[in-house]
Every structure is written in C-alpha cells, then in structure tokens.
Ligand binder design. Structure first.
Ligand SMILES: Cc1cc2nc3c(=O)[nH]c(=O)nc-3n(C[C@H](O)[C@H](O)[C@H](O)COP(=O)(O)OP(=O)(O)OC[C@H]3O[C@@H](n4cnc5c(N)ncnc54)[C@H](O)[C@@H]3O)c2cc1C
Length: 544
C-alpha cells in the first residue's frame, strides 16, 4: 500500500513537472537567419478567408504597386468559416437580431442594432464599388434580397412591440413593419405560421431591405481578381508555421508547402493574421508582449438544412427568434432562406457543437496548443464564472436529431424530419482577454489587434463577422496606417465608401441616397424614404 502510494506521488510529481514545462514553454517562433539583400514584400496576408480577401482588395486599390502575398493552408480559399455553407449567410443589419436590443428600466436600448446597421451600409458600399469596377461579378452570385423578420410568441410580444416603437424612430430602420396579425404574418412567413396553435399570441417585424449573402463567393471573387494582378501572389496548400521579427524592423513569415513538405520563408513589412479561429495561435508566434493577454474558446455550429423545393418554395425570408434567457448570442434560433451557387436552401439552427479545434479543418490539439502560462488562469476563471455557458453547451451537445427537430418545429410546426439533414458549419473561437490589471473577460464580438509598432495586425473573434468585413478592415487600416488614411488614401476611401467618416444614422437624406445607390447596384429591394415614412404611418395606425 505504502509502495503504491509512493509510485502515485512520483507519477504525480512527473505530471506536474511536465505540465509546468509545457505551460512555461516559449510560444514565440524561432528567429530565422535572413540575408540583408532578401526581397521584402509589402504585405503578407495569413489565411484565405473573407477578411484577408477584403483587406487585400482595399490595399491593392489604395497602393497598386505594393507587393502582397497571401498564404492559405487549404487547397482553395474560402473553405473555413467564410464558406457559403459554413455560416448562416446573414447580412447582419440589426433588423431582426433581437439580442442586439435590450430593455433596461423600461427603456429600449437599440444602440447595438444601429451600430450594426451602420456597419452593413459600409459593407454594401464596398461591394457596390467592386461590382461597378468588375472586381465582383453578378450581384446575385453573392447577395440576394431576403427580407429580415423578427418573430416572437407569448410574453416576448410585448418586448417586440417596444423594440419596434424604439427602432422605427431611427432612420436606419425606416420602412420596418410591425404586425401582430396572424393572417399578415402568415403571408410574410407561411412555413412559420402553418399548423401553429391559432390561440398563440404572436408578433413580427419585417424589413424588406434584408439580404442573404454567400461570403464564400465574395471571397473567391475578390481573391480571383487579386490574382490577375502581377503584384499579388496566392500560395495555397501552404501553412504559415512561424512569424519572427528581424533586426531591420521587418518580419519573417515561415511557411511549409503541405503537398511537397518544402519549408521556406518571406520577409515583409506588414502582416495581417486573417487565420479565422487560428489567429490566436499565430499571434502567439510573434512573441509580442501585447499578444499574451489572449486565449480562445472554440464553439462550433450545426444547421439543419433542406433543398426540398416543396419547403424552399414556401420560404423566402430570414426569420430570427429570441434566444432563451441567459443563452449566449450565437444561440439565437433562426429559419433562413439561403442562396448558394444558384440553389435555394432553407436552414435552421444553429445548434452548438464542441470540439477542441480552432478551425473546422483544424487539429484536436489546437486548444491545448494555444494554452500557456499567461492564459491558463484566465481560461480556468472564465470557465468557472460562465457555468451558464457550460450548461448550455452540454445541453446542446447532448441533443439527438429528434431533439433538434423538436426545436425546428417551434419555427416550422409542419416540418417533416425526412427533409432535413444536419450540416456541420464553421468553428467560432470566442476571445478570452486578460488585459494587465483587469479582470479576464469572455467576448462574443470581433476584436482588431494592432501591435504597438503597427506592423502586425490580426482579427480575432467571430460576430457579427463576415457581414461587417469591409467596415472591420477599414477600421484596421485606420489603426495600422493612420497617416495614409488621413492623407494620400483619403480621397480613394471616399470614392469607395461614399459615406466614409459620416454618421448615416443621423443623416437620413444621405442614408436614403446611399441605400438607393447600393440597392440598385446590388439588386436589393429598397423603397426610398419618403414612401417608407408614409407606409410606416399607415402601419402604426393599423397596429394601434
Ligand atoms: C456557425 C456560424 C455561423 C455564422 N453566421 C454568420 C452570418 O450569418 N453572418 C456573418 O456575417 N457572419 C457569420 N459567421 C461569422 C463569419 O463566418 C466569420 O466571421 C468570417 O467568415 C471570418 O472570416 P475570416 O476570414 O476571419 O476567417 P476564415 O473564413 O475562417 O478564414 C481563415 C483562413 O485562414 C486559414 N488559415 C488558418 N491558419 C492558417 C495558417 N497557419 N496558414 C495559412 N492559412 C491558415 C484557414 O484555412 C482559413 O481559410 C458565422 C460563423 C459561424 C461559425
């Protein structure tokens, strides 16, 4: 007995020493010996998702002579979260996302919805500019008009009514309709209403100008256009394995061709880490002090999908419900029309999944690989402080297909289980941040990282994500290149984004002009403001 206890202690001691050695290992890349006369590229983009594609497009339009190299570990771009089937394709505008509005002391706070709507206006202007210049192709190949509906029942009707009353006063939501009339909501969303208990109290809002977006198509088209330029080089099946500083203030980006096994490197003045969920791991390679405050927590998503024409013909809207109290933002249930590569689908979800991977095509070691002495305690603390999230994840992961189907029936009472298949979407890595002297926080949004000397940048987090990619990349340019943005790049940025540096939410005339321009260019449905205002008046009268 004593002997076995002694062995146990020895094993425990070895385990503690190994764990300490692991946690205290260096995560920074080894320095690479480079020659002083090696060529230096202006920009390296790590990852071939929508963020890198958007930033690359911005930079090539602002500085056509800059040399840009993009590295993508998979054999094509847009195969991770930006892929059409790996996300919900919502052009997030705050129209129907009820988690962007909250009620405090009887007052409705719509600031997050206004912010998201404003950001999407920037996005649409960027895409419209690219369509006009032949960078993006036929708009319907990547964006389609799909009205956005917020739908509730029971006690939430009161919330939606108040939300509508607050939102309709802001120009961003001009044209929004509210209805508590079963027959009208049935016209808007037949699938959602057929077979529903006629006694159930329901209400909905509808924004005609909503959209469904294939972010994968945008990424592929943007990168396809960049590839036509001699200053741009795309390296697929090539994984970035290290990012290390040089004496001359440049960076060396090391990479490995995953098909041939050949390793090499490139020197650059500026790095953008657009590696999706893997961005935290790549940031750690830089060894920068500022990167030590981050850790990541991966959550995946599954959608139920159908392409049965009998179902898809009856649903041409996106309908968002209200998440259960205490549930995380990514858990909002929605039943959506999707257009992907010319085909119509209906999806429902998401259901959260758990894996240690930071990318859908990542490794089960990703989470452990990104854990070190700096972030292990904040990670443990966040785990114990967010037991609601842990419980939610356990309940989601343990759902059977029948359980998922029962959730679907709350939004589509006459659904047939045979029509639906489960599709594993992308991974979202939520940021855990522990800034010096502050409490560790779990964040559900996106965060732009810019190093102190502005030569290393990254995008972390997931939401609202792809729909705000031009807005986010523009903000990154402002932080990383403040002099150029205020100086030589300024006129071009105003040419690309007509409302640049203006607040559309307080300028209804400009907003109207911008929406007319983007909607006509992108094929979206928009009723100019004066007419919308008249309709809203009529709508309020009916609601009363
Ligand atoms: C379930 C789900 C639903 C979503 N729904 C929506 C939605 O409705 N609307 C919306 O706007 N957003 C949505 N999002 C978020 C959106 O998909 C992401 O914000 C966006 O796609 C992120 O783009 P990205 O370019 O940063 O990352 P990604 O598209 O993930 O691209 C990163 C790329 O980097 C590559 N890479 C990683 N590591 C390396 C390396 N070491 N070397 C080389 N390459 C590397 C990867 O292979 C990948 O191609 C959703 C996300 C999920 C998961």
């Amino acid at each position: 007995m004593r002997k076995s206890f002694k062995y146990f202690l020895i094993i425990l001691l070895i385990a503690i020493i190994l764990a300490m050695a692991f946690l205290f290992r260096s995560t920074a890349s080894k320095t690479v010996d480079t020659k002083a006369d090696e060529p230096v590229v202006d920009v390296v983009l790590v990852g071939g998702g929508i963020m890198s594609a958007t930033l690359g497009t911005f930079i090539s339009e602002l500085e056509p002579n800059w040399k840009i190299e993009m590295f993508e570990r998979l054999d094509q771009v847009a195969q991770e979260s930006s892929n059409g089937l790996n996300n919900a394709g919502t052009g997030h505008s705050g129209f129907m996302e009820m988690n962007y509005t909250s009620e405090k002391d009887g007052k409705m706070d719509i600031s997050k919805a206004v912010k998201t709507a404003s950001q999407f206006e920037v996005t649409k202007q960027f895409w419209a500019y690219q369509v006009k210049n032949g960078v993006l192709g036929t708009p319907s190949s990547f964006i389609n008009p799909v009205p956005h509906i917020a739908f509730v029942w029971g006690d939430n009707v009161n919330f939606l009514e108040k939300r509508y009353a607050a939102m309709i006063q802001n120009p961003m939501f001009s044209g929004m309709k509210y209805s508590a009339d079963v027959a009208e909501i049935k016209q808007w969303a037949p699938l959602v209403m057929q077979g529903r208990d006629p006694q159930q109290k329901v209400a909905a809002t509808r924004m005609e100008i909503g959209s469904d977006v294939n972010y994968g198509a945008i990424t592929t088209q943007l990168v396809g256009h960049l590839e036509k330029q001699s200053q741009f080089k795309l390296n697929t099946s090539t994984e970035v394995t290290g990012i290390s500083p040089n004496q001359d203030k440049t960076w060396t980006v090391s990479y490995k061709n995953l098909k041939t096994g050949q390793a090499s490197h490139v020197k650059t003045r500026f790095v953008f880490i657009g590696a999706g969920g893997a961005a935290i791991k790549l940031l750690q390679m830089t060894g920068l002090e500022e990167t030590k405050q981050y850790a990541g927590f991966p959550i995946g998503g599954v959608f139920l999908m159908t392409d049965n024409p009998k179902v898809t013909e009856q649903h041409s809207v996106k309908v968002y419900g209200r998440a259960e109290l205490g549930a995380p933002p990514m858990s909002v249930p929605h039943i959506d029309t999707r257009y992907i590569d010319g085909k119509k689908y209906v999806l429902f979800g998401p259901f959260a999944t758990y894996s240690n991977k930071f990318l859908k095509n990542g490794s089960q070691f990703d989470l452990i690989d990104a854990t070190n002495k700096n972030n292990v305690i904040p990670m443990a603390k966040i785990g114990t402080e967010n037991l609601d999230l842990v419980k939610y994840l356990i309940s989601q992961v343990s759902m059977s297909k029948q359980d998922q189907f029962e959730e679907l029936k709350k939004y589509y009472p006459e659904a047939n289980i045979e029509d639906w298949t489960a599709n594993q979407a992308g991974q979202r890595v939520q940021i855990i941040k522990k800034a010096p002297g502050k409490e560790a926080t779990l964040q559900f949004g996106t965060e732009i990282f810019v190093a102190k000397d502005r030569s290393i940048t990254a995008l972390l987090g997931a939401s609202p994500g792809a729909s705000t990619s031009p807005y986010i990349m523009l903000s990154l340019l402002e932080k990383a290149f403040p002099q150029q943005v205020a100086g030589t790049w300024n006129p071009k940025l105003h040419e690309i984004i007509k409302s640049y540096q203006k607040d559309l939410s307080t300028d209804p005339v400009l907003l109207d002009q911008v929406r007319q321009y983007t909607s006509s260019t992108l094929g979206l449905k928009y009723t100019p403001t004066r007419q919308a205002a008249n309709d809203a008046q009529a709508n309020i009268a009916v609601a009363k």
